[in-house]
Design a protein around this ligand. Structure first.
Ligand code: S3P
Length: 182
């Protein structure tokens, strides 16, 4: 049985929304990798990008992931770009106790959700989202990397409640929850 569930996918995939709900269902803790970085650095992701640049942010992200993967009974939401760092992919793939879930949706849907979040609540600023010209390229570059996940969950047109139900059902049907063969 996995000791960690890690959620990956582009911005707007629903990682930070599904994560706490899934953790609650499993009786586990929820960790948001971006929040860990913000807490450690005492400044927002946008401020980190502005002050030290994306490369430095990726290094902080890499360290935060390595630390988080030491924990057990946690659901961990990655930032959308964490999968682009080769060291992160290696950590995630070599770790047999981590179940990697890719929350999938088309780019138009993801952008629309991010825009909606900006309108509805005090959404965190996403510096990568603001670079619109590069967005399609980033999405296409990342897609095959996300697809290396253990499970791919299509989130298009699904409410949060529906998504929780889908993932929990799949978890309950997973091999580690089946009675041993006699
Ligand atoms: C990023 C996604 C963000 C955050 C940072 C960079 C990206 O996380 O890590 O702004 O490169 O896609 P979310 O996917 O939670 O928005």
């Amino acid at each position: 049985m996995p000791k960690r569930v890690v959620l990956t996918g582009f911005m707007g995939a629903g990682k930070s929304a599904l994560g706490p709900r899934l953790a609650q269902q499993l009786g586990w803790d929820f960790i948001d990798l971006d929040d860990e970085i913000v807490r450690a650095e005492q400044r927002s992701i946008a401020q980190i990008f502005e002050a030290v640049g994306e490369d430095r942010f990726r290094a902080l992200e890499r360290n935060a992931l390595a630390k988080a993967l030491d924990l057990e009974s946690v659901v961990l939401a990655l930032g959308g770009g964490a999968i682009e760092t080769a060291a992160n992919r290696q950590l995630l793939q070599q770790d047999r106790e981590t179940l990697l879930l890719y929350l999938e949706a088309p780019l138009e849907v993801l952008i629309e959700r991010c825009e909606q979040q900006k309108l509805e609540r005090n959404a965190v600023r996403r510096p990568v989202l603001e670079k619109r010209a590069e967005l399609t390229e980033r999405f296409q570059r990342r897609r095959p990397l996300y697809e290396m996940a253990d499970w791919t969950i299509d989130t298009t047109g699904q409410t949060l409640d529906e998504l929780v139900t889908v993932v929990v059902a799949r978890w309950n049907e997973a091999p580690w929850n089946q009675p041993p063969e006699r």
